[in-house]
Design a protein around this ligand. Structure first.
Ligand SMILES: NC(=O)c1ccc[n+]([C@@H]2O[C@H](COP(=O)([O-])OP(=O)(O)OC[C@H]3O[C@@H](n4cnc5c(N)ncnc54)[C@H](OP(=O)(O)O)[C@@H]3O)[C@@H](O)[C@H]2O)c1
Length: 182
């Protein structure tokens, strides 16, 4: 069955980018590409991607500055209220609730999983829609004090796996459900 998985790096204080959407704090950290919870193994299980507009724009800007091109081979859903241009035929620009796209995401993923790339509020929208099974974080040894949040709703998770990958503490959690309100 298709799983919806949020896989991201984060600072110890729960930010996935700084206030200017920079990942400078992340990109110079040592990591073993074949180590614990590595990206290569993860992306091999992924059949469709979901990301918010800021993340999409970051990838486009990064590619422009490095001369790289769009690297994802899987179909990608970009959530935005704006009329953004899809960078390839496999990018769909969409708006609305995650539930509006559940069936097409599951169909596109086939026997594989859906990667919620970020940001944290979009991942929380997927959780609220009952469309988030797993959170996988690589925690960098950095605090920023402010920035783009890892997650924006109160949820209980269950720790399923953890390990060290060079500078990172890596952990995989099942999503249990929203924290009960008093
Ligand atoms: N550390 C990591 O590994 C990692 C991973 C992923 C991302 N990042 C970075 O983290 C930052 C995340 O940025 P962010 O917090 O702004 O989150 P984001 O999800 O990338 O972008 C948020 C934007 O997505 C659009 N959006 C979200 N939900 C929507 C919905 N239901 N319908 C339509 N549009 C919707 C809105 O854009 P509009 O209203 O403007 O259209 C919203 O302002 C980026 O800098 C990204 O590069 C880091």
């Amino acid at each position: 069955m298709t799983r919806f998985r949020f896989y991201t790096a984060t600072t110890l204080d729960g930010f996935i980018a700084d206030e200017h959407d920079s990942l400078d704090w992340l990109l110079d950290q040592p990591i073993d590409e074949s180590g614990a919870l590595n990206y290569t193994d993860f992306i091999g299980d992924i059949g469709a991607l979901v990301m918010g507009a800021t993340t999409y724009q970051w990838v486009l800007d990064h590619n422009e500055s490095t001369g790289e091109s769009w690297s994802y081979t899987q179909p990608t859903w970009v959530f935005t209220h704006r009329d953004l241009a899809p960078v390839t035929d496999d990018v769909r620009i969409v708006s609305g609730s995650p539930t509006d796209f559940r069936q097409e995401l599951v169909d596109a993923a086939g026997k594989k999983d859906v990667w919620i790339v970020g940001g944290g509020d979009l991942a929380a929208q997927f959780a609220a829609a009952g469309m988030l099974d797993e959170v996988i974080v690589s925690i960098a040894p950095v605090t920023l004090g402010a920035g783009r949040p890892l997650f924006t709703k109160a949820y209980d998770l269950e720790l399923r796996e953890f390990d060290r990958n060079k500078a990172f503490l890596c952990a995989r959690y099942d999503v249990v459900g929203p924290r009960p309100t008093r």
